[in-house]
Every structure is written in C-alpha cells, then in structure tokens.
Design a binder for this molecule. Sequence first.
Ligand code: ADP
Length: 271
Amino acid sequence: DERVWLSVRVVTLSKKRRLLLARDITRLRRLEEMRRDFVANVSHELRTPLTVMSGYVEALLETEAGGNPARERALKRMQEQTRRMQTLVADLLHLSRLELDQKGRQLEPCPVAGVVDGVYEEALGLSGGRHRVELEQDRGLGLLCQPDELRSAFSNLVSNAVRYTPEGGSIRIRWYRDGNGEACFAVTDSGTGIDPVHLPRLTERFYRVDVGRSRETGGTGLGLAIVKHVLTHHDGRLTVESEPGRGSTFTCRFPAGRAVRLGGGDEEADG
Ligand code: ADP
C-alpha cells in the first residue's frame, strides 16, 4: 500500500494570505489498521478453541450430573467462564467488523417497531420479573437503517439498564420522534446512575465506572463502544443523562432526514 495520508488544515492569516498546514499521518493510519487487524485476528483464532472447550465442558457436565457436587460446581464455573470469553470474543469481532465497513453498506427504509418489540422482550427475559419494564413506541416510525446493527445497539442499552438497576427498579423503553424531528430510541432506568466525570469516556472500549460490578454482572466493557459505532454508521449520536443514585437515560438520536413514515404499505421519507 503506497498511499500517503495527510491531515490538512487551512489557516487564514489575512485577506490575501492563507497558510496550508499538512501533516503526514500515514504511520498513524497504518498503526491503527494494524491494531484493528490484530484484534480481529486474535478474536477469530480464539473462537475455535473456545467452542471445543465449551463442548467438552458441556459433555462433562452431563455425565457428572448427580455425581460429585464439588466437581459439578467446578465444571459449572468453567462453563460460565467459557461463555464469558465467548461473549467477549463475539463482541470484539463485532466491533472490528463495524470499524471495517463504516459506510460501506446500503441503509434501507425499515420498520423499527419489530426491533423495539424484540428488545422489549429481551428486557423482560433478562429482568425475569425483577423490574417493572415499560414500552412506549410510535409504531409507524421507520428509519433508513441496518436493522441488525440497530438491534445490537438497542439490545446493548437495554441489557445495561437491566444490569445496572437493582431489583424492584423500573426500566422504560421508548421509540419516538422528538420536537426537532429526530427519531429517538431511549432507555430510562432507575438504577445506579453514573457520576458526570465518567460520561465523556463511557463509549471507550473497556471503560468501566466500576470494574468489579461490571464483571460480576457479565459485562464485556464493549457494549457502549458498539453502540457508538452503530450510531456513527447511521449518522446518529448517543446522549446520556444520568444522576448517581437515581438512574440514567441513554438516547440514540437519528437525524430527521433518516426518519421514515410507514403506513398502509406506503413509505415516505420525511423531515
Ligand atoms: P459493560 O459491559 O461493562 O456494561 P458498556 O460499554 O456497556 O460495558 O458500559 C460501560 C460502563 O458504563 C459500564 O461498565 C457501567 O459502568 C456504565 N454503564 C453503562 N450503562 C449504564 C447504566 N444504564 N447505568 C449505570 N451505569 C451504566
């Protein structure tokens, strides 16, 4: 690859004089690409051994059932941890894929109601009756999008809400158009909340407010990084409002021009 990457800036000095500043960022780009490929390759290579391990653990658990309780406990722990590694590897691969084809794929006008229904069901399942879960959605509001990507972003927000909200709390899921026409998917929880100092770094890979708690609850630390990438791909953005001890609202906002009104089979882009 012989390409050279330049970062260019024009500075106006006076009416007649302008300064062109060019910086060679080729090395930086290459390093970034190497990092991305490395992570993708390692994750890919880890997948097969993990599948083999989880297969054997599963088989041993079946034959050990009702046998030695200490061994059964040990095997259960191994199963949990193998699953955790599998989730982590899947998230890492997902993230590298998102980084690779940022703008490559076609976005199509899709109904979003089904996706929202799906993540609502998921919230109910994850909560297992420990929270009050509410859904409120504009069923005719569609979006120019990649529905699978959308599902993964929404699902990450919903699982975080369940994860960081103690028993007895509430979770509210909304899909709506707000005053300025943006299409919004919002998840509000009455959970732990987040101290404002953490907000700017929340979507960084592996950034966690409370490492212990996140691990304990099964988080990979990659959820919000995935959300951010999916939103970038859709020209959207994530906003977070949170108050420690009271809860948080995570909102995915999509530009008005991406919203689609669905009704009677007719689809019409508006906004
Ligand atoms: P994790 O897998 O650790 O949840 P995420 O990228 O999804 O990773 O989130 C990053 C961090 O942001 C979490 O570790 C947690 O500290 C914080 N966080 C995310 N969602 C919430 C929420 N709904 N309430 C409180 N804290 C949250």
